[in-house]
Design a protein around this ligand. Sequence first.
Ligand code: SAM
Length: 268
Amino acid sequence: MTESRTSRTAEWDATAYFRLSNPHVVWGQPVLDRLPLKGDETVLDAGCGAGRVTADLLERLPNGRVIALDISANMLTEARQQLQPRFGDRVTFVQSDLQEFSLAQPVDAIFSTAALHWVLDHPRLFECLFKALKPGGRLVAQCGGGPNIANVLERAAVLMRTNPFEPDFRGWTGPWEFASAEVTEDRLRDAGFVDIETSLEPKPTQMPDADEYRSYIATVVFGSHLDRLPDEELRQSFVQTLTDQAASDDPPFMLDYWRLNLTCRTPE
Ligand SMILES: C[S@@+](CC[C@H](N)C(=O)[O-])C[C@H]1O[C@@H](n2cnc3c(N)ncnc32)[C@H](O)[C@@H]1O
């Protein structure tokens, strides 16, 4: 029996994510460059996380505002602590599920990095994003897609079929939607978007050592997996097995990230 594909509601270690999310900050810069801004717009950051990329977005909006939306209370607490002292009331925070949210007022643009693949129902997600935008409003986003982190996922899949882990993963289809560029283009068109561009790009990312790799995969990659395991010993064993396997790769501790870029707008 498979479970329904609802959004992940389990919590993040937002302080650890803030520290470990250097790759996400680097990936976020070219995505920001793809969003044309005058500087006075209101922009939704869809899945803002701990707010590091949100801060870079706010820097580009000296007279504008950001609505920082996330499903995770921990992430929003961390983001508020980081952003409110610097940006005051130019940033507001909304706890909501991207596949069922609505805003009081439509925004000029939507920006999103490293978040949309955590939302399982992309047709519903794109419908919500479309409704949240003004006419002519732009959506610029990047998330995991295609063969994202296939290497470590294959290893995790083997573990998940093996005792003692198997009973806790039986019937689970996983926490992500890694869509292709082609399927995403069709889904955006079906939601009503125009001027659609989608593409996949490789972003292989190496962790410096075993400690960083272990913390990174536990916090950033396999949080939902670990939430399913009933005790700390099993969680540590799951992460340590994957870390030991990555140590013997050449080069070691490499994650074969693939990012799905999407740009589109609502009709005028
Ligand atoms: C890897 S973090 C990315 C955070 C940030 N955008 C960045 O680039 O560092 C993914 C974020 O998406 C959020 N998220 C996952 N599913 C969500 C959903 N259904 N609705 C809203 N946010 C969601 C998570 O809570 C998490 O903060």
